[in-house]
Design a binder for this molecule. Structure first.
Ligand SMILES: CC(C)(COP(=O)(O)OP(=O)(O)OC[C@H]1O[C@@H](n2cnc3c(N)ncnc32)[C@H](O)[C@@H]1OP(=O)(O)O)[C@@H](O)C(=O)NCCC(=O)NCCS
Length: 148
């Protein structure tokens, strides 16, 4: 299934929040945090749409003068999983970052999140290091990197 990928705008906030709630994870964002990430932070927020509905999102954090982009959040609506939505979001991001001269993409993912680990491996990421006790519930994470 080929989604339409674009950068999010202010009016997407409620749809992003709904998606975040549906894909609830332990460390979900509250509205104010999401609003900050969308409007004020040095970030890229991407959305994936099918028939005009937002069914996937990705938040990427950037830092001034640093050519590393960090995937901070990636969600796909449960009814649209395994059809290549996350993969399309990562491809769109990679193109955008390459055009802007970035060197790497990094991220952290839960050590038990095999879906995410398979996804990232299939997109050329590799494990850089293990982060013990990374999440507030004490779970470990993996730090992954992909060179652009
Ligand atoms: C992880 C997640 C983003 C994957 O999104 P998706 O759109 O279903 O992924 P894609 O369809 O692009 O999958 C691409 C590849 O990733 C791997 N993959 C994705 N989901 C998988 C699963 N549940 N089990 C095993 N491998 C999986 C497969 O290799 C897949 O290729 P294939 O379908 O040809 O076998 C989605 O399951 C999700 O939103 N999970 C909850 C939030 C989350 O964990 N986010 C990541 C945090 S770092």
């Amino acid at each position: 299934m080929k989604p339409h990928i674009r950068q999010a705008i202010k009016d997407d906030l409620d749809a992003l929040l709904r998606l975040e709630t549906i894909c609830f994870k332990e460390e979900t964002f509250h509205k104010e945090r999401l609003k900050y990430l969308l409007l004020k932070a040095k970030s890229i927020v991407l959305v994936a749409e099918i028939e005009g509905n937002i069914i996937g999102s990705m938040i990427i954090l950037l830092r001034k003068h640093i050519l590393n982009a960090r995937i901070y959040s990636l969600n796909v609506h449960p009814e649209y999983r395994r059809v290549g939505i996350a993969s399309s979001l990562i491809d769109f991001l990679s193109d955008l970052l390459e055009k802007n001269g970035y060197d790497n993409i990094t991220l952290e993912t839960g050590i038990t999140n095999t879906a995410a680990q398979n996804l990232y491996r299939s997109k050329g990421f590799h494990v850089d290091k293990k982060l013990s006790n990374y999440y507030t519930n004490g779970d470990d994470a993996l730090h992954l990197i992909r060179k652009l």
